[in-house]
Design a protein around this ligand. Structure first.
Ligand code: MOS
Length: 774
C-alpha cells in the first residue's frame, strides 16, 4: 500500500498497524464475501417473532402506569389544578401537578415542576398533571378526575396569519422567532443575465410523527440510581438530559434502548414524560411506565413543519443557472423547534449557481412543537427547487435530466471555504438513473399521449443532496475475541430499525474472517456500552462502522503479535486469514487462531476502536436522484404512482438488503408528503388538530406505494470519508420523492401542483381552475 493510501485506510490519529502487509488486505472499496452482500438482519427472528423486547414491552414487578392529563385548549392559562379527587380513586398511588406542595415532591423535582407543568399552555397537549396507578385504566381515570381551572385565551394556528397585527400573541415578545438570511453573489445581476426568469409559490403541509411504537419509557429507581428503558434514538442523549434536569450525576442515570419501533427524528429528543415517570417512580417507590397514547402523539411528539416558500430562478438558454432567490415562512409551533431549519439547504448547495439569496422567517403558532423529521427541511426545499428546475427545463426546452447535469457542482458552495466533496455521484445518479429507468423513451411516450383519454400518464424526476451523511467522531467501540474465535462487539449506538447492528456485525466479521452470526452485539445501554451520539442525521453507519473496523484491527494486531512470538517469525511475515494466521514466506507455516497460546491463557483479546477524524477541508455528502411514473384520472383526480426508481450515491453499499429496505422506506415516506399526509388544524373555530388518528391522518399504505420500487445504488466507495467507505442513506432517500411525483403529475396533466399533498381534492380543484381559465 502506498503511503498516500495508508492515510486513507487508517485515519489520521490512529497508529498504522504493522500488519496487514502492504497491498494484501481488502481495501474498504473492494468486494468481499461479507460487506455489501444482502445479509438478513442479525435480529430478524426476534423482530418478526415478537420476542424482541422493545421498551414498550418492558414489565417490571410492582410496576405502575402513568397517565398525563394534557391541556385541551390551544392556548390557556392554568389557574388552579386540584388533584384531591383523583388521588382518592382506587389504585391511584400518586398524582402530581403544578400545585402539588413542594414537600410532597422529591427534592430534585422542585425546580423542574413549573417547566413540566407550565402555567401557560401554548398548544393543545401540554402536560397539566400526571397520575400513577396500578393499572393503565386507573391511571387514565385519575388523570380525568383532576380538576383544572383554565383561563382560555385566544390562539393563532395558521403561521400565515401569525405576523398580522391583530393576531393573538403566543409569547409576550410577539410571534416572530427569527429571520435567517444567506447570500452569495448578486441575485439581481443574475436575473438580468438570465434568458428566462420564473417565480413560483409553494406550500408543503405539516406531516406529523406517528411511529408504530409509541413514545415512552419505564423508569425504575434502585436507591439513588435511576434506570430508564426508553424508546429512543440515542441513550446517551437521554441520559444527559434526565441527569441535567434532575440534578443527578450522569453515572447514576442508566438509559437502555435495545429496540425502537420507529423514530424518524422524533425520538432524538428527550420528552417530559421521561422526567415525569422518574418523579412518579421516586415518589411511589415503584417502577413507572409512561407511554404517550396515539392521540397525544399527534399533538406533542413533533412534526415536519409546514413551509410557505417563494422561489425565483434565472436560467440561460444553454441551461446555465444565473440566480436563485428563495424565501420561506415557517413555524416550529409554540416554541423554538426548528420551524425553518435547513429549509434552504438544497437551494444553497445542490446546483452550481453564483448568485443565491435566501431568507427564512420562523414564527410561533399555538400548535405542537416540530421535531427533526427524516431529513429536516430538505424535502420541503426539494418540493420547491425541483419543481422549479422542471419548469425551467420546460421553458428553455431542455431535458430535465440534462438541465441538472449541466449544473452539477464538484464542491460545496454553501459552506465557507467552498470545500470539495469527497465523492460526488450526482452526475452518475442522473445519467445511470435515467438509463435504468428508461427516461428518454418514457418521456417520448408520455409526450405522445392521447388527448381524448381522461387517463394521463407522466414521468418525473428530482435530485437531492443531504447536508450531513458523513458522520464523524466521537465513537468508541470495543471488540472482544474469545478463545473459541467467537467475538462480541460493544457500541453505544441505537439500531433505530435501519439494520445498524447487522452492518456492524458484517464489518467486524469481514475484518476478523468470521461469520457475522459468530458476533454478539451489546448496544444502546449507557450502563454497559461505549459512548455514542444519537442515531440520526444518516450518520450512524459512517460514524460507527469505522470505529468497529478499527476495534477489529486492534484485535488482529494483538493476535498477530502473539502468533509471531509463538511461531518465531517476524510479525511482518504473517497474514491474518480468518481461522488461522499464515506465513507469507513459508506458506506451510500456519497457526490456528484457537491454538494461539496467548489467547487461550488470556481467554479474551480486546480491541478498542475509535472513529477517526474526517478529512480536512473536504465535505462528505450523499446524493440521490429519483424517477417515477404516474397515472392521473382527470375525471376523478385520482393519482396512482406506477413505478419508482431511486439512484443513491451513499459511498460503499454495506448491506444490499438493508440498503434497499431504506430506499423503499424513504420513498414510501416521501409519497406521504407528496400525496397523503397533512396535519389539519381547525384554524377558524377551535385551533385544534382534527385528524389525530390513523384513520383520518393518511399515512401511505401499500395501496399508495408502487410495488415496483427499484433501488439502483451507484457504488462509489468513499475512500476519503472514513475507513469503511460508507456514507449515509436513510434521509437522502426521502428528500426528492415528493418533487419527483409532482413533476410526473405535471408531465401527465400539464398541471403544476404547488401545494402538497397531491390528492383527488387538490387535483380536482386545480383541474377546475384550469377548465375555468382554459
Ligand atoms: Mo433523523 S430526522 O436525524 O432521525
Amino acid at each position: 500500500m502506498a503511503d498516500d493510501q495508508k492515510s486513507i485506510y487508517y485515519t489520521e490519529g490512529l497508529p498504522v498497524p504493522e500488519t496487514p502487509p502492504p497491498g494484501e488486505e481488502p481495501q474498504p472499496w473492494e468486494k468481499t464475501d461479507v460487506v455489501g452482500k444482502p445479509l438478513p438482519r442479525v435480529d430478524a427472528y426476534e423482530r418478526v417473532s415478537g420476542t424482541a423486547v422493545y421498551p414498550s414491552d418492558v414489565v417490571l414487578p410492582g410496576m405502575l402506569y402513568c397517565a398525563i392529563l394534557r391541556c385541551p385548549h390551544p392556548h390557556a392559562r392554568v389557574k388552579q389544578v386540584d388533584t384531591t379527587a383523583a388521588e382518592a380513586l382506587p389504585g391511584v398511588r400518586a398524582v402530581i401537578g403544578p400545585d402539588t406542595p413542594e414537600a410532597d415532591l422529591p427534592w430534585f423535582f422542585r425546580d423542574a415542576k413549573t417547566a413540566l407543568f407550565p402555567r401557560t399552555c401554548r398548544f393543545e397537549g401540554e402536560p397539566v398533571a400526571a397520575a400513577a396507578a396500578e393499572t393503565p385504566y386507573q391511571a387514565w381515570d385519575a388523570a380525568g378526575a383532576v380538576q383544572v381551572d383554565y383561563e382560555v385565551m385566544p390562539y393563532v394556528a395558521d403561521e400565515r396569519r401569525a405576523l398580522e397585527s391583530g393576531s393573538p400573541r403566543v409569547h409576550e415578545g410577539g410571534n416572530k422567532l427569527k429571520t435567517d438570511t444567506y447570500s452569495r453573489g448578486d441575485v439581481e445581476k443574475g436575473f438580468s443575465e438570465a434568458d428566462v426568469v420564473l417565480e413560483q409559490h409553494y406550500r408543503t403541509e405539516a406531516e406529523v410523527h406517528t411511529p408504530l411504537e409509541l413514545h415512552g419509557c419505564v423508569a425504575n429507581w434502585d436507591g439513588d440510581e435511576l434506570t430508564v428503558w426508553e424508546s429512543t434514538q440515542g441513550v446517551y442523549a437521554v441520559q444527559s438530559k434526565i441527569a441535567g434536569i434532575l440534578g443527578l450525576p450522569l453515572s447514576k442515570v442508566r438509559v437502555i434502548g435495545h429496540y425502537l419501533g420507529g423514530g424518524f427524528g422524533s425520538k432524538l429528543r428527550t420528552s417530559r414524560y421521561s422526567i415525569i415517570a422518574a418523579v412518579l417512580a421516586r415518589k411511589t417507590g415503584r417502577p413507572v411506565k409512561a407511554f404517550v397514547p396515539r392521540e397525544a402523539t399527534y399533538l406533542t411528539m413533533g412534526n415536519r413543519p409546514p413551509s410557505n416558500m417563494t422561489l425565483k430562478a434565472g436560467v440561460k438558454n444553454d441551461g446555465t443557472l444565473t440566480a436563485l432567490k428563495f424565501s420561506c415562512l415557517g413555524t416550529g409551533g409554540a416554541y423554538p423547534a426548528g420551524g425553518t431549519s435547513l429549509v434552504d439547504w438544497q437551494i444553497r448547495e445542490l446546483y452550481l449557481c453564483p448568485n443565491v439569496s435566501t431568507e427564512c422567517t420562523d414564527v410561533y403558532i399555538n400548535a405542537g412543537p416540530a421535531r427533526p423529521f427524516r431529513a429536516p427541511g430538505h424535502p420541503q426545499c426539494s418540493w420547491a427547487l425541483e419543481q422549479m428546475m422542471d419548469a425551467l427545463a420546460g421553458a428553455i426546452k431542455m431535458d430535465p435530466v440534462g438541465l441538472r447535469l449541466k449544473n452539477v457542482p464538484a464542491y460545496s458552495q454553501g459552506r465557507s471555504g467552498n470545500p470539495p466533496y469527497t465523492t460526488t455521484g450526482l452526475s452518475q445518479c442522473l445519467s445511470e438513473g435515467a438509463r435504468k429507468f428508461g427516461w428518454e423513451k418514457a418521456r417520448r411516450r408520455t409526450a405522445a399521449k392521447n388527448p381524448d383519454s381522461p387517463i394521463k400518464r407522466g414521468v418525473g424526476m428530482a435530485a437531492s443532496i443531504w447536508f450531513v451523511g458523513g458522520g464523524g467522531p466521537p465513537s468508541t467501540v470495543i471488540v472482544k475475541l474469545f478463545s473459541d474465535n467467537s467475538a462480541s462487539l460493544n457500541m453505544g449506538a441505537s439500531d433505530i430499525g435501519t439494520g445498524t447492528k447487522t452492518i456492524m456485525a458484517m464489518v467486524a466479521a469481514e475484518e476478523l474472517g468470521l461469520e457475522p452470526e459468530m458476533i454478539r452485539i451489546e448496544h444502546a445501554d449507557t450502563g454497559t456500552t461505549q459512548y455514542a451520539t444519537p442515531s440520526g442525521g444518516s450518520k450512524t453507519v459512517p460514524t460507527e462502522a469505522p470505529a468497529v473496523r478499527d476495534a477489529a484491527i486492534q484485535v488482529k494486531r494483538q493476535l498477530l503479535k502473539m502468533a509471531a512470538e509463538e511461531m518465531n517469525l517476524p510479525v511482518e511475515d504473517l497474514r491474518y486469514r480468518g481461522e488461522k494466521i499464515v506465513s507469507r514466506s513459508q506458506p506451510e507455516k500456519e497457526i490456528r487462531i484457537t491454538d494461539i497460546e496467548g489467547l487461550q491463557k488470556r481467554g479474551v483479546v480486546m480491541g478498542v476502536g475509535h472513529r477517526g477524524p474526517n478529512p480536512e477541508n473536504k465535505t462528505v455528502n450523499p446524493f440521490c436522484v429519483q424517477f417515477c411514473e404516474v397515472e392521473v384520472d382527470t375525471n376523478t383526480g385520482e393519482m396512482r404512482i406506477l413505478r419508482f426508481l431511486s439512484t443513491n450515491e451513499s459511498g460503499r453499499v454495506m448491506n444490499r438488503l438493508s440498503f434497499d429496505s431504506q430506499v423503499i422506506g424513504g420513498v414510501t415516506m416521501g409519497i406521504g408528503l407528496a400525496a397523503t399526509e397533512m396535519r389539519i388544524l381547525d384554524t377558524a373555530r377551535t385551533g385544534k388538530m382534527v385528524n389525530r388518528n390513523w384513520h383520518d391522518y393518511k399515512l401511505p399504505t401499500s395501496l399508495d406505494v408502487p410495488a415496483d420500487i427499484v433501488s439502483a445504488p451507484i457504488e462509489m466507495p468513499d475512500a476519503e470519508a472514513n475507513i469503511t467507505g460508507a456514507k449515509g442513506l436513510g434521509e437522502p432517500v426521502t428528500i426528492p420523492t415528493a418533487a419527483a411525483v409532482a413533476n410526473a403529475v405535471y408531465d401527465a396533466t400539464g398541471m403544476r401542483i404547488l401545494d402538497s399533498p397531491i390528492n383527488p381534492l387538490t387535483l380536482c380543484s386545480v383541474l377546475e381552475q384550469q377548465n375555468k381559465e382554459g
